[in-house]
Design a protein. Sequence first.
Length: 330
Amino acid sequence: MASLKMTISCFFFLQILLFSLSSFAQTNAQELEVGFYDNTCPKAELIVKQTVFNTIKKTPTLGAPLLRMFFHDCFVRGCEGSVLLELKNKQDEKNAIPNLTLRGFDIIDNVKAALEKECPGIVSCSDVLALVSRDAMVALNGPSWEVETGRRDGVVTNINEARANLPSPFDNITSLITQFQAKGLDKKDLVVLSGGHTIGNGHCPQITNRLYNFTGKGDSDPNLDTEYAVKLRKKCKPTDTTTALEMDPGSFKTFDESYFNLVSQRRGLFQSDAALLDDQETKSYVLKHMNSDEYSTFFKDFGVSMVKMGRIGVLTGRVGEVRKNCRMVN
């Protein structure tokens, strides 16, 4: 009986703890606002936009990594800039395998340096990430949305947390849904944010198993279009670790809806792309947005989901700090 009471007590304690943590995160998110720097650094968003547009004009392939960087930041400890921190022992998020292909950290440094020159100690690195991800998409003819700001920066980064929290290109639909729900994101957010794969590249190691040994019997993934698999095998040999592959062949530098056409044709590059057809709700969205037209809601939906993701685990008020250098704590 005592054991039962203890079990019940622990259960209710856990429920209260989870509710408290959820309430804390929600309260912090409510402290974000559009135009947070209007009075303290009026030119902040213009400075970010100009730097990003100049960068994307010269190197459009940086758009996808800059978007991905914000995603990878928010899914580990929340949107508080921990993905930018560097530790001497290399046990930081940057050195986790999923983050080794991230690029554009120097762009974040350039934006931050310009902001520090304009208004020292005001704009956080985590807000820089949020603003950069939006402006990079606009520069690629993609959607725009109002970015909520007011985040402060975290002071902790841990390689193991990145390994544990970042979704994988090998994930099935059940795993993806679970991971997104743990961050307060639903099925629609999952499929909408996956639409970000309309830009950027993947690499051969992320699909080798789909091409050569999917079930351990030297076979290919039956959910991958056979003709497309043949083309991919010509580009990716079993031991290839470096070759880049366009996520959206033919328009990987332009933000559009063609990703959903590819997924519907079983030509999504990753297993996680193909998995979107394994749930009725995510599949329905894919099929609805197969062909771009004036009635499509994808661009609007993408902005909504980005704002929602940008609220994950934020630090506001007096929690955290505003880093002077995004690579290290003050």
